[in-house]
Design a protein around this ligand. Structure first.
Ligand SMILES: *Cc1c(COP(=O)(O)O)cnc(C)c1O
Length: 396
């Protein structure tokens, strides 16, 4: 909390939280503390810092002022007590999951998780005998049935990539509380502007800050938000000793990116609604997956827990599997790339890109057929995005 200007509104926190210019010679932009270590005035002071008897920085893997500013801002935005910054989204996911589990434990996951999170879970199973299962989590009963005595973590993504299926986070949080199991949510697709899982009762929020938090496609970074005690333990174990920390310069870029999060998200969402309507009516489009579509099975959940339906749309095409690639190659403005949440509109082909490692059968069960494409709608003029899609669709 900024003491001089206590802020209450989200949009103001994006810009002011965690930084007070008068403490830094009036510098409007926060300074980048580009240093690996911090000098102590005396030997005794060094000893007190190491003993935890005196606050202060020691070494940048344990903490850095620019990184702290970002952590304070993110904690406030998600409504958490504290936050930790990591060198990538996966560094955050692995620090939290390895921090919560030991051999013999079990993690219950939503029906789909990010590809590398899936890879991490497989590795944890193989090397450390930490098991996992997936559940659609459609009802309380279904979720309760999937929980085992050894379940120590419920891990959820919503919307689930790339089919945009949603999980009722409040329902999952209630079950977690009932069973005493922490609920961890990967909130990357929404950013705190659209969805705040901690406010819905969940325990930990993870972000690939690479995406909407950064917003400009020039940083790989991750964040975790949650209770102070819990994150304090993570900071002293899986963050400090595995070491996937964020650099001061990346923290600075994220502090800058966050300032425009609300205006960017509004534009992403507005553009996505218009593009989704266009795709829904296009004769060559088979199916559109978008949380803002009233015909979507999860529309009610979207209305309940998301401020707006987000900037991501998946859609499948009529015709042979090659049509998806033909369409992508005909696009002129829209870039072919994985990642999301950037100013540029990006398109990717899950069957051969993000989900290529998933066996075809499992892919089809998840609704990922060979003509499915995922679009991260950018900040360009929506007419230009539509025109590009229209001209490419006319070629297939
Ligand atoms: C990109 C992404 C990640 C991984 O984040 P990195 O910053 O690439 O390590 C995790 N979860 C989701 C939902 C993502 O989109």
């Amino acid at each position: 909390m900024n003491e001089k200007h206590p802020t209450t509104q989200f949009e103001t926190k994006l810009i002011h939280e965690g930084y007070e210019s008068d403490k830094y010679g009036g510098s409007l932009a926060p300074p980048i503390f580009q240093t690996s270590t911090f000098t102590f005035e005396t030997a005794e002071q060094g000893a007190r810092r190491f003993a935890g008897e005196e606050d202060g920085y020691i070494y940048s893997r344990l903490g850095n002022p620019t990184v702290t500013m970002l952590e304070e801002r993110m904690a406030a935005l998600e409504g958490g007590e504290a936050a930790l910054a990591f060198g990538s989204g996966m560094a955050a996911v692995s620090a939290i999951l390895l921090g919560l589990t030991k051999t013999g434990d079990h993690i219950l996951c939503s029906q789909g998780v990010y590809g590398c999170t899936f890879g991490l879970l497989e590795m944890m199973q193989e090397k450390y005998k930490i098991g996992h299962d997936f559940s659609a989590m459609e009802t309380k009963e279904q979720l309760l049935q999937a929980i085992r005595p050894e379940t120590v973590c419920i891990y959820v993504e919503s919307p689930i990539n790339p089919t945009m299926k949603l999980v009722d986070l409040q329902m999952v949080a209630e079950v977690g509380k009932e069973k005493g199991i922490p609920v961890v949510v990967d909130n990357t697709f929404c950013s705190p502007y659209l969805q705040q899982p901690i406010m819905l009762g969940c325990d930990v929020v993870i972000h690939s800050a690479t995406k909407y938090i950064c917003g400009h496609g020039d940083v790989i970074a991750g964040m975790a938000v949650g209770k102070k005690d819990f994150l304090g333990k993570i900071a002293m174990t899986t963050q400090k000793d595995i070491g996937g920390v964020m650099s001061p310069f990346d923290a600075w870029l994220l502090l800058r990116g966050l300032k425009s999060l609300a205006v960017r998200m509004d534009r992403h969402c507005e553009n996505a609604e218009r593009i989704a309507s266009f795709l829904l009516e296009h004769p060559k489009v088979e199916k559109v997956y978008f949380p803002g579509d009233e015909r979507n099975a999860d529309y009610a959940i979207a209305q309940k827990q998301m401020k707006k339906p987000g900037g991501l749309i998946s859609f499948s095409l009529k015709g042979k599997k090659e049509t998806a690639q033909v369409l992508m190659n005909e696009l002129k403005l829209i870039k072919i790339a994985v990642s999301l949440g950037d100013a540029e509109t990006l398109i990717q082909h899950p069957a051969t890109m993000t989900h290529a490692v998933v066996p075809k059968e499992s892919r089809e069960k998840m609704g990922i057929d060979d003509t499915l494409l995922r679009l991260s709608v950018g900040l360009e003029s929506w007419e230009d995005i539509r025109n590009d899609l229209e001209q490419a669709l006319s070629k297939i």
